[in-house]
Design a protein around this ligand. Structure first.
Ligand SMILES: O=C(O)[C@H](O)COP(=O)(O)O
Length: 229
C-alpha cells in the first residue's frame, strides 16, 4: 500500500480578509502559523515521517511545509517546489474581497467563478501587475504556461505532469511524501486521483491546515482517505 499526505496551507492573511488570492504571494496569518504547527504535531504524534516534501512557489505553502517539518524535526529532508502546485490563477479577481464581489456580480456568478471547473474568472492583461510574466520565479515558463486567467480544468492540466512525472515516481520508489499546496491545486489533483465528476469536484472543499491522508494501491487507486484531526 502507498501512503501520501496532502495538506492545504494554513490560513493566509487574505483568507482572513476573505480576498481572492490565486498566485498573489501572501503570508500566513498568526492563525495559519498555529494551524501549520498543529498539523506537524499531529503527524508526529500519529507516527508519520517523510522522505520528501512537495510544495508550490508560494510562501503560504512553503512556510506551512516548513512549520510541519520543524515540528517533526524533519527540516533536513529534500523538498521540491513547483509552480505547477500553485493555487489556481484567479485572474482579475485576485485581490478582490469575495463578499464585495458577490454584491457586485451576484452569488451565482461568483459561485461559478469559484467552483465551475470550466468557468474562467475575468482575465488580467499582460500589463497588469498581477500578470506573473515579470516575476523572476516564473522566468522558466513558456508564454503559453503563463496564465492570464485559469479555470479548474486548466489547473488540473498543469498539475498533472508534476504528479505523474515527479510525485508518483517518488512514491513508487517508496518515498514517504507530503504535498503541501492550495485549495484548488489539491482539488484538481483529487479530481484526477479519485476520478471525480465535474459535479462531484464542485462540492469538494478542502479545509486549511488539516492533514489529509491518502492510502493508494500500487496502481494509485484510492483504498481510503481520511483527515487527521
Ligand atoms: O485563491 C484563493 O482565493 C483561495 O485560496 C481559494 O479560494 P476559493 O475557495 O475561492 O477557490
Amino acid at each position: 500500500m502507498l501512503k501520501l499526505v496532502l495538506l492545504r496551507h494554513g490560513q493566509s492573511e487574505w483568507n482572513l480578509e476573505n480576498r481572492f488570492t490565486g498566485w498573489t504571494d501572501v503570508d500566513l496569518s498568526e492563525e495559519g502559523v498555529k494551524q501549520a504547527k498543529h498539523a506537524g504535531e499531529l503527524l508526529k504524534k500519529e507516527g508519520y515521517s517523510f522522505d520528501i516534501g512537495f510544495t508550490s512557489l508560494l510562501k503560504r505553502s512553503i512556510k506551512t511545509l516548513h512549520y510541519v517539518l520543524e515540528e517533526m524535526d524533519l527540516l533536513w529532508i529534500p523538498e521540491e517546489k513547483s509552480w505547477r502546485l500553485n493555487e489556481r490563477f484567479y485572474g482579475a479577481l485576485q485581490g478582490l474581497n469575495k463578499e464585495e464581489t458577490i454584491a457586485k456580480y451576484g452569488a451565482e456568478q461568483v459561485h461559478k467563478w469559484r467552483r465551475d471547473p470550466h468557468e474562467h474568472p475575468p482575465a488580467v492583461d499582460r500589463k497588469d501587475p498581477r500578470f506573473p510574466g515579470n516575476d523572476p520565479r516564473y522566468k522558466g515558463l513558456t508564454e503559453r504556461e503563463l496564465p492570464l486567467t485559469e479555470n479548474l480544468s486548466e489547473t488540473m492540466e498543469r498539475v498533472l505532469p508534476f504528479w505523474t512525472e515527479t510525485i508518483m515516481q517518488a512514491v513508487r520508489n517508496h518515498k514517504k511524501a507530503i504535498i503541501c499546496a492550495h485549495g484548488n491545486s489539491l482539488r484538481a489533483l483529487i479530481q484526477y486521483i479519485d476520478h471525480l465528476t465535474d459535479e462531484e469536484v464542485t462540492m469538494l472543499d478542502i479545509p486549511l491546515g488539516i492533514p489529509w491522508v491518502y492510502e493508494l494501491d500500487e496502481d494509485f487507486n484510492r483504498i481510503r482517505h481520511y483527515y487527521l484531526e
